[in-house]
Design a protein. Structure first.
Length: 305
């Protein structure tokens, strides 16, 4: 049985539909990426998972329990980090961490101290003096110092510098190795790409694609830079070739993965001198989906009023 299961989730606020037929499934020991731009519906979905908002329609279950009716029991097994952390201004960072850890019924002081050192946090300062990044550190340290079966992280690295993002990624890998699960909501595609086993892309409250990174990359294009002995002809006539551009280093273009073999056969006839290819990134996939959806909307097909 899945650790987290969302089926046909709908959430309406009055006449506004924030979520429409959202389906998600997170398994044990899995890091699941939930990506989309700000306003796409990520945080609303997470608030339903946490039992903060009640679903208008659909089924939302964590550990086999109903997200709304069994929220108290569910919270005993999850750790949550929001993208904008609010803390008690008169408590120190260390006091807040200890409070959160104590509320969860765990006491891993060595782990707590190790994370404080890794995240370079001064726990003796009052929370009102902390920057946004330091407030995020407090929440992350508290979460990863606790025992949880599922970590729900909503834009968790907002405000962190690149070095601290790397520490965060190490923490996610550590809990995964322990067999824990992570739902990572983010619009930082490189972060998701490094950490996640599966990804769901949400746009305007709808899931538009779900799968493993390998499965999704079949839908993307590979970037190619090639230099040949003779000028390549008829390249633009081939299926699956896009964005052709002449550069000082050679001819740059993109190839749909399924057309790779045919295109390589064609250009090899012109005598390849140098060939560079870079695998498609999650960002390529993300932008391609958005371009496709925008084109559909502009044509008047599937558009909304």
């Amino acid at each position: 049985m899945s650790l987290l299961e969302v089926k046909n989730l709908k959430k309406r606020f009055g006449t506004f539909t924030a979520l429409e037929n959202v389906n998600l499934e997170v398994n044990h020991g899995e890091v699941f990426g939930f990506i989309g731009p700000n306003g796409a519906g990520k945080s609303t979905t997470i608030r339903v998972l946490l039992g903060i908002l009640k679903a208008t329609e659909g089924q939302v279950r964590l550990f086999g329990k109903d997200a709304w009716n069994d929220a108290v029991d569910i919270h005993k097994r999850i750790a949550y980090v929001p993208g904008d952390v609010n803390l008690w201004p008169n408590l120190t960072g260390g006091e807040v961490i200890d409070l959160f850890v104590k509320l969860r019924g765990t006491n891993h002081k060595s782990r707590r101290d190790e994370l404080i050192k890794k995240f370079d946090l001064d726990p003796s300062k009052k929370c009102r003096t902390y920057s946004k990044g330091n407030r995020q550190k407090v929440a992350l340290i508290a979460a990863f110092s606790s025992e949880a079966d599922l970590y729900i992280l909503d834009e968790p690295t907002s405000g962190l510098d690149p070095l601290m993002e790397q520490i965060f990624q190490e923490c996610v890998k550590d809990v995964k190795e322990q067999g824990k699960s992570v739902l990572l909501s983010s619009h930082i595609l490189s972060e998701v790409e490094k950490l996640c086993d599966k990804v769901a892309i949400i746009r305007d409250g709808r899931i538009i694609e779900t799968g493993t990174l390998t499965e999704l990359r079949h839908l993307t294009r590979t970037n190619v830079l090639v230099e040949t002995k003779q000028p390549i002809t008829d390249l633009s006539q081939l299926n699956g070739v896009h964005e052709i551009d002449k550069t000082d280093q050679g001819l740059a273009f993109q190839i749909d993965t399924e057309e790779m073999d045919n295109v390589m056969r064609h250009i090899s006839a012109f005598g390849i001198v140098k060939l560079q290819s870079s695998p498609p990134t999650l960002e390529d996939l993300f932008m391609r989906h958005y371009e496709k959806a925008d084109n559909i909307t502009e044509s008047g097909v599937g558009g909304t009023n």
